[in-house]
Design a protein around this ligand. Structure first.
Ligand SMILES: Nc1nc2c(ncn2[C@@H]2O[C@H](COP(=O)(O)OP(=O)(O)OP(=O)(O)O)[C@@H](O)[C@H]2O)c(=O)[nH]1
Ligand SMILES: [Mg+2]
Length: 368
């Protein structure tokens, strides 16, 4: 595990859970600027070089792409802290997660989204994941496509297929393509790959803005600063959506369950994690100790057996690694109790999804 993967916000960190944090804030900003009559009828503004320096920029940028491309790793690298869980398995991210990056030049709200689902997934969880992608695409100002460059080298038609996937999902053409995981590729091989994506996304679209292709390694942090500069350069002048200090109602529940889900994703075999959910049962400070109880939900008795492992060895090892991370998050000793419960076919029905805590439209927000 890398540093950026293990860093987590502390207790009481600025996280917000709400119906649609971005749209609510966007409408507040729009209403307040309309009530300022001096802004009416002023038309598009132009700025001198000095004014440009002083103008604060703000915007919402959606990060989209195939599962496992490194979208969540990139959000964590952008914010310099762990916002979103990361694993080598597909469909690690299920919700829209907002990472708010504050800089002297303004504020960029990045939306981490679930990876594009392959056709073999069905049912309500699949609908929920696709809904999170659609909602993010409606809230953003522009999109960034995140691609695993190593995969792109092996699949020569990947750029074309991703272009088509974006069109099918009604996601506007990305302003930036982050060609990620370049630490795995020799430089000479990278250049044709960059060119291929550039040509695919800029062909025949002369009148629109150019799509930039930026090589990065989200895991190592290479190219991340340049990425931030390019993205801020594309934001429009505007007020910040979120105050610098965003407070939170109930940050713990989401992060605690996500950390446990990350350990499940990392320690279980390929297919099982998709059928797993985690729910908080209780979180209570008892003197020096933080007592946490969580329910791990699976779809069948055989899956329960796999999560428990031989004589409980698997759940024990998952519990140990989750507890260690939770202790570093909360800065205190943690007593973690995990139970495994079967909720038959919870991924397949709306009621099942609601029972395990997946509510349509939910958003989680963290600032840097
Ligand atoms: N070598 C290398 N691995 C990376 C890089 N970025 C991410 N990874 C790894 O790629 C895997 C997937 O990363 P995630 O950030 O979970 O990918 P994601 O796009 O959010 O995946 P989903 O949430 O499933 O859509 C993890 O094992 C990461 O450690 C990178 O720059 N270089
Ligand atoms: Mg992710």
């Amino acid at each position: 595990m890398t540093d950026s993967e293990s860093r987590l916000p502390g207790k009481g960190s600025p996280i917000e859970q709400g119906e649609s944090a971005v749209s609510e804030l966007r409408s507040t900003v729009e209403v307040s600027s309309l009530s300022d009559t001096s802004a009416l009828g002023s038309g598009p503004q132009s700025y001198s070089a000095d004014e440009e320096q002083a103008v604060s920029r703000a915007g919402v940028v959606g990060l989209f792409g195939p599962a496992n491309a490194g979208k969540s790793t990139l959000v964590n690298a952008l914010l310099g802290r762990k916002v979103s869980i990361v694993s080598p398995k597909e469909q690690t991210t299920r919700n829209r997660i907002l990472g708010v990056l504050n800089r002297p030049e303004g504020q960029c709200v990045f939306i981490d989204t679930p990876g594009f689902l392959s056709k073999r997934y069905r049912g309500e969880l699949c609908r929920f994941i696709n809904g999170a992608i659609t909602q993010a695409s409606q809230e953003m100002d522009f999109s960034v496509l995140v691609v695993d460059a190593n995969r792109a080298l092996k699949e020569s038609d990947l750029a074309m297929r991703l272009h088509k996937s974006l069109r099918d999902k009604n996601i506007p053409r990305p302003r930036v393509i982050a060609l990620n995981k370049v630490d795995l590729i020799a430089k000479p091989k990278l250049l044709p790959c960059i060119q291929g994506f550039y040509d695919e996304f800029n062909a025949g679209d002369g009148e629109h803005a150019v799509t930039r292709v930026l090589p990065i390694s989200a895991r190592r942090g290479d190219g991340v600063e340049e990425f931030i500069e390019v993205v801020f350069g594309l934001l429009s002048p505007g007020e910040r959506y979120f105050p610098d200090e965003v407070s939170s109602d109930q940050p713990e529940a989401f992060f605690v369950t996500e950390i446990i889900r990350e350990k499940l994703f990392r320690q279980l075999n390929q297919e099982l994690p998709y059928a797993i959910a985690v729910q908080l049962e209780g979180l209570e400070e008892r003197g020096e100790l933080l007592s946490i109880g969580c329910k791990i939900i699976v779809e069948s008795a055989s899956q329960r057996g796999i999560v428990l492992g031989k004589k409980g060895s698997k759940i024990k090892s998952i519990g140990i690694s989750a507890r260690k991370e939770l202790e570093s998050v909360f800065g205190m000793k943690v007593d973690l109790r995990l139970f495994v419960k079967v909720e038959k076919d919870w991924t397949k029905t709306q009621q099942g999804m609601a029972r395990v805590g997946y509510v349509k439209g939910s958003t989680y927000t963290v600032t840097n």
